[in-house]
Design a protein around this ligand. Structure first.
Ligand SMILES: [Zn+2]
Length: 243
């Protein structure tokens, strides 16, 4: 029963995260703005905004213009709900009750950053701040590795003159370091550069993108962070054995 309540709560939060994803990068008001169809700009009614259900009842299409709705909406809602259920199931292992709130905030900031950067090539500052607040509530902020990671990415940003990555990536690297600490921050950054390079090469080879086109780096940093969180220790062990 508890899982079901957390799942539905997660769906509702996920629906709000979709609002953040589309409005923060465009500088639109998060609270008072109305949700509209991405294609025909029709203002959506409450029954068109029910998480998951509306999307499936409308078969993934707008009720007025019948254009396809973005997959982002149901996927973000579902991922949020599943993430909330998982984090809640881990709550007993957290050192303090606020730690669960911290993990939920951190999870939401990561999800918004992933999709917003993928869609608009922008990492909203407010989401990095929410992530930092989340790590502080977890009670395990690691400032040295945060400064190290932020400083290293800032140097990269200077050297590449902002062509390889944006300042948003620098700020996000600070957040990664704050949570992951050393040496996990190295694992996360390495995985981000590796997967980013592989995907970049595949996109160029298949003609999906030009060599100079900008591929958002944020989603790779988020993936690296999640993998390092879940399997960082095992990966380090594995690499040590190979070397
Ligand atoms: Zn429409």
């Amino acid at each position: 029963m508890m899982e079901l309540i957390v799942f539905i709560f997660g769906l509702a939060v996920g629906s709000f995260l979709n609002v953040l994803i589309d409005r923060l990068p465009r500088g639109e008001d998060v609270i008072t703005g109305r949700s509209v169809c991405d294609h025909c700009k029709k203002v959506l009614r409450w029954y068109e905004l029910i998480p998951l259900l509306s999307f499936f009842l409308q078969r993934g299409r707008c009720r007025r213009c019948h254009e396809k709705l973005f997959w982002q909406y149901p996927v973000v809602e579902l991922v949020t709900a599943v993430g909330f259920v998982y984090l809640q199931s881990q709550a007993l292992e957290f050192p303090q009750s606020l730690a669960l709130v911290g993990w939920l905030l951190f999870f939401c900031s990561l999800l918004v950053i992933f999709v917003a950067d993928f869609k608009y090539q922008i990492i909203p500052d407010s989401m990095v701040i929410i992530g930092i607040v989340g790590v502080l509530l977890q009670g395990q902020a690691l400032w040295l590795s945060a400064l190290g990671a932020g400083g290293f990415f800032f140097l990269l940003w200077l050297v590449t003159r902002g062509k390889g990555m944006g300042l948003g990536d620098v700020k996000f690297a600070f957040l990664m370091g704050l949570l992951l600490g050393f040496p996990n921050i190295i694992v996360a950054s390495y995985l981000a550069f590796l997967t980013g390079a592989v995907v970049g090469v595949i996109l160029i080879l298949t003609g999906k993108t030009q060599l100079r086109a900008h591929i958002a780096f944020g989603p790779f940093l988020v993936l690296g962070t999640i993998i390092a969180l879940g399997w960082g220790k095992q990966l380090i062990q594995w690499w040590m054995n190979i070397l």
